[in-house]
Ligand binder design. Sequence first.
Ligand code: A3P
Length: 290
Amino acid sequence: CLNDTDDLGMLKYKGTYFINDLTSVEWLDFIDNLEIRDSDVFLVTYPKSGTIWSQQILSLIFNEGHLRGTESIDNINRVPWIEYNMCNMDFDTRPSPRLFSSHLPYYLMPKDFRNHRCKTIYVYRNPKDVMLSFYHFHKILKGFKKQRSWEEFIDMFMSGKVFAGLWSDHVRGWYTNKKDLDILFITYEEMIKDLRSSVIKISRFVDKMLNDETVDIIVEKATFQNMRHDPLANYTFLSPNNFDFNKGSFLRKGTVGDWKNMMTVAQSEKFDQMFQDKLKVLPIKIFWDI
Ligand code: A3P
C-alpha cells in the first residue's frame, strides 16, 4: 500500500511530497524563482514540530507584543507559507521585513535563498511525538482520502511517504548546511520547558530587543491554552473544504512524550533501530521527554 501515493492526496515534486489540494507544480516552480531579500526571516520546520506556535511567537516579536498588525490578521497571513499560498498573496509587494513559514527541505528552497544572509529559525521536535501528531493530523486533512491505521502510518512515516518527506532527511538537510546560513536551531521541547527564554532567544536572534513587559505579553499570547481559543492563531480559519475540524484540531495536546501513550515497545524499538544510523550522523540533541 505504500507505493500508492495518489489516494494519500499527495503531490510529488522533485522528490518531496506536498499536500495536493494546497499547492501545485506551477506554484512550486514559481517559488523556486522567488526573489529573496536580506531582511527576510524564514521559519522552517518539519510538519507537526510547532510551526503554528512559532508563527505566533515570531509575528508577536515583530509586532512587539502590542498585537499591532496581529489583532485582526490570522497567523498564516502574518507569516505566510511559501509553498502553500493559501492566502493568494503577492510576496513581491509585501513590505520588509517579510516573515515566511516553510516545510521545504533545504534543497527545494528558492534558488535565490542561497545568495542572501537572511535569517532562518529552524524548529525541530522529537520524531516520535512528530509522528503521533502527524497521524492525528491526517484525520483532519480531507485530501488524505484513505485513513491509515497507526501501524500503517508508522510505516509511511518511517519510509518518508508523508508530506515534507523523511524526518531525518529534513533535519539533516538543514543542519548540514548551517555553516552557510544565519540560522537558529531551537527545539519544541525547549519551548515547552521554558517558553519565556525561548521567546527571548528568538527575539535576540532576529535582532529585536524586547523589554520584560513585552516578553510577558508574548508569552501569555503564545501559551497552548490561549492559542487554542484564539481564532486568529488556532488555524480554524482554514477552509472547511480542506480541513474537517470535527475530527480534531491543529492544537491537539501540546505536550512532550505523548508517543509513550501510543507506541508499543516493539514499535518504539523498530523506530529506534531504523533512525539510529541516521540520527548518529546528526549532532543534534533530541528530547524524548522532559
Ligand atoms: P500535538 O499534536 O502533539 O498536540 P505544527 O504547527 O507544526 O503543525 O505542529 C502542531 C503541534 O504543535 C501540535 O502537537 C500542537 O498541539 C502543538 N502546538 C501548537 N501550538 C502550541 C503551543 N502554544 N504550545 C504547545 N504546543 C503547541
